[in-house]
Design a protein around this ligand. Structure first.
Ligand SMILES: [Zn+2]
Length: 254
């Protein structure tokens, strides 16, 4: 019974995230009351809008106009279910609420940056609100940091990354990181504090480099290896979330 509950929560969040990713990426309003077909604008009937299931029954085509449905939808919905199973397994109470809000925002950041290479300010703003709420109201503090170290970590991370970006710009005449990435690391550093910030930077950078290598040698991207874009924001939130999960597992089972 509980498994079905988590499955439904994961699917609802997943389809919210998937439609928001597509809306934001295509400059449509952030929130919209009904789901509309992105091709012909017809309102999608509820029975044709069941997460994952509709995609496979309709063989990845819309009912209204028989156009292709993006594979982003099932990919995000399945990822979301997987993440919410981990959340419900590892956390409870207020911590579960905070981690659920955080992972919803992380799913948005991950997929928008992964597919469209952009991190929207309004999503970062939501992340700041959740962070402040968590620090003020809640004792969910996965990296056991205090406000002073958090502040230094945050300012330090922004300065270091901003400087690296400037140097990169002077040498290569283009930005290595987006401004969104720098803002994101500033917020995440507030959570990690000074002790865990180096891990966050190392893990996310390794993943970002791996992304470029995979693109070049496995997906056979024909671009020069230094000009292949890597969604650093996606790997920041992936590393950050993995660190929270790992920390929780180590504390629980050690
Ligand atoms: Zn249509």
């Amino acid at each position: 019974m509980f498994v079905i509950f988590i499955l439904i929560v994961g699917l609802i969040i997943g389809s919210f995230v998937a439609s928001t990713v597509e809306r934001l990426a295509h400059n449509k309003p952030f929130l919209s009351p009904r789901s509309m077909c992105p091709h012909c604008g017809e309102i999608i009937k509820l029975k044709n809008n069941i997460p994952i299931i509709s995609y496979f029954i309709q063989k990845a085509k819309t009912v209204c106009c028989q156009k292709k449905i993006s594979s982003i939808y099932p990919i995000i919905e399945i990822t979301s279910v997987f993440i919410f199973f981990i959340n419900f397994t590892l956390f409870s109470g207020q911590s579960l609420l905070i981690i659920s809000l955080l992972t919803t925002v992380f799913l948005l950041i991950f997929f928008i940056d992964f597919y469209y290479f952009i991190i929207f300010d309004n999503i970062l703003f939501v992340l700041i609100i959740i962070s402040i709420f968590s620090f003020l109201m809640n004792n969910f503090n996965p990296f056991e940091t205090d406000i002073y170290y958090s502040f230094f970590a945050s300012v330090g991370a922004i300065l270091i990354f901003y400087t690296i970006n400037r140097i990169f710009f002077i040498i290569r005449k283009k930005n290595g990181l987006g401004i969104g990435d720098i803002k994101l690391i500033g917020i995440l550093a507030f959570w990690t504090g000074l002790s865990y910030l180096p891990y966050l930077i190392i893990f996310s950078s390794l993943l970002a480099i791996l992304h470029v290598i995979m693109n070049k040698y496995i997906l056979q991207n024909s671009n020069d290896i230094l000009s292949i874009q890597s969604p650093y924001g996606s790997y920041l939130v992936t590393s950050f979330l993995s660190m929270i999960y790992l920390k929780n597992i180590l504390v629980t089972f050690a």
